[in-house]
Design a protein around this ligand. Structure first.
Ligand SMILES: C[S@@+](CC[C@H](N)C(=O)[O-])C[C@H]1O[C@@H](n2cnc3c(N)ncnc32)[C@H](O)[C@@H]1O
Length: 211
């Protein structure tokens, strides 16, 4: 997957390997800089999952402590370095979770495998977010639930423009786009938005999606 990120001073050519490398590098300090989502909000989001759960872009495992008992959790991520940290966390907490290296754009699960698919701050980074979203729709059961917590481009035109300008910097440093329209991407993927809850000046959205 190749795409271009345009800023006012540069156009950055991006591919999947670049984003993976960025997260392999970010893994060392990710937990220290991860302050965008409060633990209380993470707990609220993860408290809604049930049954067989797939967490995509599990990262360093920041959400693992919040899973309710009784869930069977599978976490995937395409960055081996992020995943290694999640594995350490899961072992230290004796959490029964299956962690696999996998790209959300090509999930190696049969159709309709999971009761819940959850992601927090992932579709800002996925190189082809529409393809990744279509994949989570495919692996979620028809009566299942998809729960996404994502930061998005501001609806304020001035702030949105500033985010556009700074976006190449963010992608190049960390791997995350700060100006994605994830609600539009969900619809482009053929999924139906059931509800949206706004947080932090409407920059963070908790979205319930029908598979
Ligand atoms: C900003 S981090 C969020 C990590 C975690 N969900 C959290 O809330 O702390 C984004 C994560 O998505 C992963 N990611 C990005 N694109 C991916 C893809 N195509 N397939 C799997 N994981 C991906 C990155 O490797 C990274 O671990």
């Amino acid at each position: 997957m190749h795409y271009f990120v345009k800023g006012w001073w540069t156009t950055l050519a991006v591919d999947t390997e670049l984003i993976k490398r960025r997260y392999n590098r970010t893994a060392t300090f990710y937990d220290l800089m991860d302050c965008m989502i409060s633990p209380a909000l993470k707990k609220k989001v993860i408290g809604r999952v049930r049954g067989d759960v797939l967490e995509v872009g599990v990262g360093t495992g920041a959400n693992l402590p919040f899973y309710p008992p009784g869930c069977r959790v599978t976490g995937i991520d395409f960055s081996p370095a992020m995943l290694a940290r999640a594995k350490k966390k899961a072992e230290a907490m004796h959490l029964p979770v299956t962690l696999l290296e996998m790209d959300v754009e090509n999930l190696r699960f049969p159709d309709r495998s999971f009761d819940t698919v959850v992601a927090t701050c992932v579709f800002c980074s996925v190189p082809d977010p529409v393809r990744g979203l279509a994949e989570i729709g495919r692996v979620c059961k028809a009566d299942g639930q998809i729960i996404l917590l994502e930061h998005v481009r501001s609806a304020n035109p001035v702030i949105g423009k500033i985010m556009d300008i700074l976006n190449p910097l963010s992608v190049n440093l960390i791997g995350s786009n700060i100006n994605r329209d994830t609600l539009a991407n969900i619809e482009k993927a053929g999924l139906e938005i059931k509800s949206v809850e706004d947080y932090t000046a409407k920059l963070i959205k908790l979205v319930a999606v029908r598979p």
